[in-house]
Write a protein that binds this ligand. Structure first.
Ligand code: ATP
Length: 307
């Protein structure tokens, strides 16, 4: 069995002046994995993809595709990419755009096959300048798959698509990945990552803050916050008792207000009400994604990445 990773990023860093866009990323992706790079704006997803593709030079660290420098795998036509800034020539038709890229590869698909895979057959003769946002994304996908790559990078591929276009896009992607190929896609959306990836790598502030199956990452992201007012004095042993409650990940107290973050709010609430009947004004709120990213980044700063 071939065990060479499709992607191996080692200690990857990229700074732009004083800003650190990618801050020590170590990541190995095996052939056949469908991986979502999930993170808020500015997390470093696009820069990580650019570094993995050899489009940007790392400040330090190293990127390999199929055990070799990215350029080697790209020259062999093993890598396709659909990037945010990737423009098509406006005066060409969709079919001409695909044919142009096909001509640069040794073993491309036929133009008709690439158009079919990207659900572009009916827009084949349209000029790129006349396409809607969603159609343009499909055309870019056709261009990305025409080399019949083993590995595909997609940077926010569904950004300009409506719900129906997204569904169609992911259907064509499934056909691509069912054949055992590797896909890495960047997204802001947990639901998209959850539905289409085998593995979610979550980034915040240039770092990997969580890496696991969608179920594992969702469990981290979907913690609940419980707030309550306590009339009893704030003592270290009272805080320790709160931390002992089932599901509780953190406990803070400011004045008479207590805030708990819980991975199992039902169990926490039941135990809380039994053990601390003095508590009142209890509120339960869902963690927002932003809070989760923040919490994970802080956690990473003190404990290392979850994985
Ligand atoms: N060429 C550049 N010059 C200067 N700063 C840059 C450059 N490219 C990216 N950055 C900065 O690096 C950080 C990471 O950006 P990046 O585009 O990688 O994040 P992202 O997670 O892909 O965000 P988004 O979801 O908005 O695309 C941001 O603060 C961005 O402003």
């Amino acid at each position: 069995m071939n065990t060479t990773p499709a992607i191996r990023l080692t200690g990857l860093r990229k700074t732009f002046g004083a800003l650190t866009a990618v801050d020590g990323v170590d990541l190995t992706i095996r052939p056949g994995e469908v991986v979502a790079l999930l993170g808020p704006n500015g997390a470093g997803k696009s820069t990580t993809i650019d570094l993995a593709l050899g489009l940007a030079r790392p400040t330090s660290g190293d990127a390999e595709l199929f055990g070799a420098p990215p350029i080697a795998a790209i020259r062999e036509g093993r890598v396709g990419a659909m990037l945010q800034g990737g423009a098509l020539l406006p005066s060409l038709t969709v079919a001409e755009s695909v044919a142009l890229v096909a001509s640069a590869h040794r073993h491309p698909l036929t133009v008709a096959e690439a158009l079919e895979r990207a659900r572009c057959t009916e827009i084949a003769r349209q000029r790129v300048s006349k396409l809607s946002g969603g159609q343009l994304q499909r055309a870019r996908f056709a261009v990305a798959v025409v080399s019949d790559p083993d590995l595909l990078f997609l940077d926010e591929p569904t950004a300009a698509m409506d719900v129906e276009a997204r569904r169609t896009f992911w259907q064509s992607m499934r056909e691509f990945t069912d054949a055992g190929r590797t896909v890495v896609f960047a997204t802001h959306y947990l639901d998209e990552a959850d539905e289409y990836a085998d593995r979610i790598v979550m980034m915040a502030r240039g770092r990997i803050v969580a890496d696991g199956t969608p179920a594992e990452v969702k469990a981290v992201v979907s913690g609940r916050r419980i707030r309550a007012t306590s009339d009893s004095p704030a003592t270290p042993s009272a805080r320790a008792a709160l931390l002992e409650l089932p599901g509780v990940r953190s406990a803070e107290r400011h004045g008479d207000r207590i805030t708990l973050v819980s991975d199992d709010s039902d169990a926490t609430l039941r135990a809380l009400l039994t053990a601390h009947p003095d508590l009142h004004d209890i509120e339960l709120t869902a963690h927002t994604m932003d809070e989760a990213f923040l919490a994970l980044t802080e956690q990473r700063d003190t404990e290392g990445a979850l994985s």
